[in-house]
Design a protein around this ligand. Structure first.
Ligand SMILES: NC(=O)c1ccc[n+]([C@@H]2O[C@H](COP(=O)([O-])OP(=O)(O)OC[C@H]3O[C@@H](n4cnc5c(N)ncnc54)[C@H](O)[C@@H]3O)[C@@H](O)[C@H]2O)c1
Length: 374
């Protein structure tokens, strides 16, 4: 086990207790899993493997810790991922994971579950879980035919992980990737769901001047009441030194926003897919690129008028690419919801279809977390 995984395990009492309790329905099951391969995920996989669950794992492009993946392989877990993987490698990894003919799936973004459904789900597949809102939306467009629990539909998870976990870790990633000062910085946050709110509030608490754009007027109102300036996407990016995209939607930073960005502006991704920056519009606006240091970390895109926009880590989730992901306690909570929801699927107690975390699971986990943190 890697030292980072051991450290994470020391701080994940809820997940450990949930795995022990779920062992009677999970032991002996084949679990196909897609989750960022980093120490908290490795802690979960170690606990599951210890309970006799046969885990086959992949991650997401750009977020795998190769040392953690190697340590899991040493434990006997099948792991198909490398940090250098691109989207095509990821598709191959997903196909390789599904060769295990899973009883259960644990997914992050829905690539695994959609691939399973499109290739004809094995008769023994009981259903599974999906970590993200984005993946939940993709799955809701399909006929799933088994229970799939969307962990991000949990109010508890949105509060603890998306808002407070992502808020802290994205800012940590920004600091690591840039070495710049946050107090006094003009920042724009596109999307004011729990993730965007967490990033905006964390930046503001550190003294940044934050402007927010959300197309949902309720969320825009929340941002105003929280003390942020609010405007259209073009308005809020036009004087921003750093822009954070947290919408889950493609092309949010398009040609108009790129044209409005001031010279030297930094672009950072928070949402699950890097597609929030319109790659075609960026290519069209770029006459040359400049690498500042490690390849891909800070890439300057220079426009015809000489102004530059700098993309951090190719627009991928900065808290995972440039920091250690969400805090261990935030992930302990989310992974506890994962284990208890998988146990509910395996026990056969849920109706077919894409659904929220069962209310008793959420209530009990909130109670456990209050007891843990009080
Ligand atoms: N980096 C991480 O560790 C991490 C963790 C959890 C979730 N996520 C991802 O972050 C993203 C946001 O998650 P969330 O839970 O806050 O989602 P959410 O859907 O609750 O919030 C997204 C917000 O963006 C707004 N929006 C959509 N299109 C927009 C546009 N064009 N311009 C401005 N606003 C727009 C929506 O109105 C909504 O309020 C998702 O992609 C999610 O998968 C990342």
């Amino acid at each position: 086990m890697s030292a980072g995984t051991r450290w994470a395990l020391n701080h994940m009492p809820l997940t450990a207790a949930a795995v022990e309790e779920a062992a009677p329905v999970l032991t002996g099951r084949r679990l196909a899993m897609c989750l960022h391969v980093e120490p908290k995920t490795a802690a979960l996989v170690t606990l599951l493997a210890g309970a006799g669950v046969e885990v086959t794992l992949t991650g997401s492009p750009g977020t795998t810790h190769d040392d953690v993946a190697a340590a899991l392989r040493d434990l006997g877990v099948t792991v198909h991922t490398r940090r250098a993987d691109d989207e095509a490698d990821h598709a191959r990894n997903v196909a390789a994971v599904l060769e295990c003919e899973p009883d259960l799936t644990l997914d992050n973004g829905a690539d695994l579950t959609l691939s399973l459904l499109r290739s004809g789900a094995p008769a023994g597949w009981l259903g599974g879980t999906e970590e993200t809102t984005t993946g939940g939306l993709r799955l809701r467009e399909e006929r799933v035919g088994r229970p799939v629990v969307v962990i991000n539909d949990s109010r508890l998870k949105l509060l603890v992980e998306n808002e407070f976990g992502v808020g802290q870790s994205v800012v940590q990633g920004f600091l690591n990737a840039t070495n710049l000062m946050v107090p006094g910085m003009r920042a724009a946050v596109l999307g004011y769901g729990p993730c965007g709110k967490g990033v905006a509030d964390t930046l503001a608490r550190l003294g940044a001047r934050v402007a927010v754009c959300d197309t949902d007027p309720m969320r825009a109102l929340q941002a105003i009441l929280d003390g942020h300036r609010v405007g259209s996407s073009v308005e809020v990016v036009s004087d921003a030194q750093a822009v954070f995209t947290a919408t889950g939607a493609p092309g949010v930073v398009g040609a108009e926003e790129l044209a409005a960005l001031p010279d030297g502006a930094l672009l950072a991704g928070v949402g699950h897919f890097a597609w929030e920056i319109d790659a075609a519009a960026l290519r069209a606006a770029t006459v040359r690129t400049v690498e500042y240091g490690e390849p891909g970390r800070r890439v300057g895109h220079v426009r015809a008028d000489g102004r530059e926009v700098v993309i951090l880590d190719r627009g991928r989730m900065l808290n995972l690419t440039a920091a250690n992901g969400n805090s261990i306690q935030a992930m302990d909570l989310g992974l506890t919801l994962q284990v208890r929801s998988l146990a509910a699927v395996a026990a056969g107690g849920l109706a077919s279809g894409v659904q929220s975390v069962p209310a008793p699971v959420e209530y009990r986990t909130a109670t456990d977390l209050v007891a843990e943190l009080a």
